[in-house]
Design a protein around this ligand. Structure first.
Ligand code: ATP
Ligand code: MG
Length: 424
């Protein structure tokens, strides 16, 4: 992509009224735009990042054997009422008016904007799950969720509108749910590793659904809203709400506490929704039993905010390679020799693209200082500079490092290709 052509421009200053570091940097860099408190647009640069995050999640969840689908965001009141959740605080409810002929009733317009989809998926599953032969099954979506959150100072960490991957699983018995739950935990570990996090699998309360613990995936960061207690040695981790030092057994490690961002969670729902929606199956003996369910979320827009909170310095963002909008930022510093350097730049840009490398090519007619500052702000993992000084070579530097290497075109392609990590 040529930088002179992209829709956005970086801003000179940080946005006013934004407290969260992730929102400040992402808005300044032209990744997102604030529409209203807790509501953001993903601009072309930001959408590239979000799509990469979603694709990593998608690959690993597909690997689990779950199928992707898409449910409506507009969910009729009758669904929420069936599971007794029409009254919850976070839901946005719509209300309509009769038309002039008085034909439509107000009730026909009563919907809640989906803040989670257990109700809808249970109603759908009822059409397809009747027998033990239909189990287990699992489906997921990556979809916009709406929540009337009261505190939205966290930028992408807490939106009123945000993107979530929500996975739902259906089982014949508790043992099958338990083993699937462990598989999801393993898949989540892979996902968060690929996303650049060391996420701690943290025990938390099951709330209204289950007496068992649920598990949150927590990333230690001062911007987080949660407090967790954890041990570096044995991997013990509990949310403050349920922390009990006595449950840290058989380990000499010290318990520490810290703020953390919850990037995902896994939940054993049991039969709450299958009971509410009459989701039953017949076992081998023809006995009617409720389907056992699990639900599993990852907030992909929150993940994007969390990456920025984890990887930044005073100059801007430092995207990990897997989620960077581009792999390399090619800067053409042309000085007085614009035609000559421009020709070399175009040639390198075309060759990199042909080799399957994602390049942002800064061929704008602005000062070198401005280009360097933008490159640091946008935070693409590698910066490649060509100028009168570099001759046939290219100066390559990793974002966040000082060391500059002079390489030729073949070497830069080789280096960047090496960094295109395949799935493990
Ligand atoms: P929190 O305790 O942070 O409010 P939650 O327990 O309400 O999260 P879930 O309803 O289980 O979260 O949603 C699953 C995932 O969706 C969370 O782990 C998080 O990554 C993401 N998420 C939840 N609420 C928001 C929000 N308001 N903005 C962005 N992401 C969110
Ligand atoms: Mg919440």
């Amino acid at each position: 992509m040529r930088q002179s052509q992209i829709f956005t421009k970086t801003a000179k200053n940080y946005p006013e009224g934004e407290e969260a570091k992730n929102a400040k940097l992402l808005i300044k860099g032209g990744f997102i735009n604030k529409s209203s408190a807790g509501v953001y647009s993903f601009l072309p640069l930001g959408l590239r990042v979000l799509n990469k995050i979603n694709n990593i999640i998608r690959e690993e969840i597909n690997e689990l054997g779950a199928e992707e689908l898409l449910m409506p965001a507009l969910v009729h009141k009758k669904y929420w009422e069936q599971a007794d959740r029409w009254g919850v605080d976070v839901i946005y409810r719509t209300g309509g008016k009769e038309n002039s002929a008085g034909v439509m009733r107000r009730e026909d317009f009563e919907y809640g904007l989906g803040w989670t989809h257990e109700e809808v998926i249970s109603a759908i599953a009822k059409n397809f799950i009747n027998s033990y032969k239909d189990l287990p099954k699992s489906v997921y979506q990556i979809q916009t969720k709406f929540r009337a959150e009261s505190r939205v100072q966290g930028g992408l960490l807490r939106g009123k509108e945000f993107l979530m991957k929500d996975l739902y699983s259906f089982h014949a018995n508790k043992e099958d749910l338990d083993s699937y739950y462990q598989k999801v935990i393993s898949a989540y570990k892979k996902i968060f590793k690929r996303l650049g996090f060391e996420a701690l699998v943290t025990e938390a309360s099951g709330g209204a659904f289950t007496k068992e613990f649920t598990h949150e995936f927590q990333v230690l960061n001062p911007a987080g809203e949660d407090t967790i207690y954890y041990c570096d040695k044995c991997g013990f981790s509990q949310n403050k709400e349920i922390f009990n030092a006595a449950s840290h057994k058989n380990c000499s490690g010290e318990i520490k506490s810290g703020r953390a961002i919850e990037v995902g969670n896994v939940f054993k729902l049991g039969t709450k929704f299958s009971d509410a929606f009459n989701l039953f199956y017949l076992n081998k003996d023809g006995v009617k039993l409720p389907v056992i369910m699990g639900s599993y979320g990852i907030g992909s827009t929150r993940v994007m905010g969390a990456i920025v909170e984890q990887y930044n310095d005073e100059k801007g963002i430092l995207w990990p390679e897997n989620t960077a909008p581009f792999q390399v930022h090619l800067l053409e510093i042309s000085g007085r020799n614009q035609d000559k350097i421009g020709k070399i730049g175009t040639k390198i840009y075309n060759n990199l693209q042909k080799s399957g490398i994602e390049v942002l090519y800064d061929e704008r007619n602005i000062s070198a200082g401005e280009k360097f500052a933008d490159a640091d702000l946008i935070g693409i993992p590698y910066r490649a500079v060509i100028s009168e000084k570099t001759g046939n070579k290219i100066e390559i530097k990793k974002r966040g490092e000082k060391k500059i290497k002079l390489v030729n075109e073949k070497e830069i392609v080789k280096l960047l290709k090496q960094n295109q990590q395949p799935r493990q």
